[in-house]
Design a protein around this ligand. Structure first.
Ligand SMILES: [Zn+2]
Length: 394
């Protein structure tokens, strides 16, 4: 039996804070208005970082979400248990509050996708609090219903028939769905690039499916673009990339949980070759191990930062006068969609570096023509109309 200790109500003014023990990158936690760490949040975030090995950046995002939650608890003077019972009120506050923190969406109410993200952090924190004896079973019952999982045939854990289903989930907006970049959009972006660095960056995401964090962390030693790489100590045939899990201070490769090898096409090899010659003309780039480096400015020759990828792509969008904003992730989606049309889902899963097929399934956007063809193929032999017409005549 777990003994439940009552946790104190935090003081208003909660914020995310970086905790940095000596000799360690540390983790992000939540402090209240009195600069006291909030125990439930701190226990959970420490567990994420040190027991689950999650990236620093992940704990930062979760800590930001939990700071919003604990500030609400503080203002309403609610302990953990009482807060769980009044989660509806928290959701309402999230829906009505205008975002004041600097960043995306400032000055606007949060979207449903954003709210769901905050609620996920809160629920996971409660599960951890339950395991650590900070709340009782009633808190979990207030947040979850026990439900039976529908067997979609794609879950890797079919034996797990029962699951906790969250009670508070908002319907995600249509615009929250990622639409893969269209061929015309990609060509337009390529058409306005000024250097091979940008071309290679786009191609690494669109033709090799790299996440933006993986693209900027790609080292020259990861690029095996020769027909035969045995001289480099690699037995894989054909041009390929090694996408290795690397941890930076920002935790930018956080999502790839294991290494993978991605075969690449001629377009990727071509762009990489051209960029290689351009890169050699940047003297300061000699000291950088990464493939992608800055081509100008005070950081010339230094590695491209992960947040720069977004600004590079959005600048290209502006120059290409695209009707909608294309994000790096939409490039990866387009790659996955294209592959899904020609390869089995488990092949796509390994190429994308996913752990679960269910995640891969979310990336697969069937093209309209394929849906059209499927209907035509399925009903090619159907004589229902003749039968119906016959029945009419009788
Ligand atoms: Zn290799």
């Amino acid at each position: 039996m777990l003994t439940v200790v009552s946790s104190p109500v935090p003081v208003p003014g909660c914020a995310a804070i970086r905790v940095r023990p000596p000799g360690d990158l540390g983790y992000w936690s939540v402090r209240d208005g009195d600069y006291e760490l909030v125990p439930a949040a701190d226990t959970y975030l420490r567990y994420l970082r040190y027991s689950r090995g999650r990236a620093l950046g992940t704990t930062e995002k979760y800590a930001g979400n939990l700071a919003v939650f604990f500030d609400w608890c503080a203002v309403r003077q609610l302990g953990l248990m009482e807060a769980a019972r009044r989660m509806d009120d928290f959701v309402l506050v999230l829906r009505n509050q205008i975002v004041t923190r600097p960043g995306r969406g400032v000055g606007q109410p949060r979207g449903n996708g954003r709210i769901n993200h905050i609620l996920v952090s809160v629920r996971e924190m409660y599960k951890s609090s339950r395991a650590h004896g900070l709340v009782g079973e009633e808190a979990i019952a207030a947040l979850f219903v026990m439900g039976q999982l529908p067997d979609l045939g794609i879950s890797e854990r079919r034996s797990q028939r029962f699951a906790l289903r969250p009670r508070h989930v908002l319907r995600a907006e249509e615009q929250g769905d990622v639409n893969p970049v269209a061929r015309e959009e990609f060509n337009a972006l390529m058409g306005v690039t000024h250097n091979w660095r940008d071309r290679l960056l786009l191609v690494l995401m669109r033709h090799a499916g790299l996440r933006r964090g993986e693209a900027v962390l790609l080292l020259e030693e990861d690029v095996h673009f020769m027909h035969d790489s045995r001289e480099l100590g690699c037995a894989r045939a054909g041009a390929h990339l090694h996408v290795r899990r690397r941890t930076t201070e920002q935790g930018s490769s956080a999502k790839s949980s294991r290494d993978r090898i991605v075969p690449v096409d001629a377009v990727t090899v071509f762009c990489a070759d051209r960029w290689h010659y351009e890169r050699e003309r940047i003297p300061a780039a000699d000291g950088s191990l990464t493939v992608l480096v800055n081509v100008a400015g005070e950081n010339m020759g230094r590695p491209v930062r992960v947040d720069q990828v977004n600004s590079i792509v959005s600048d290209l969008c502006l120059r290409a006068r695209l009707e909608r904003k294309v994000t790096p992730h939409m490039l990866r989606h387009a790659w996955a969609t294209g592959l899904a049309g020609v390869a089995e889902l488990d092949v796509v899963k390994d190429l994308l570096g996913h752990r679960h097929l269910a995640t891969t399934a979310r990336y697969v956007h069937p093209e309209w023509n394929k849906m059209r063809d499927a209907i035509d193929a399925a009903y090619v032999d159907t004589l229902a109309l003749d039968d119906a017409a016959g029945a009419d005549a009788r």
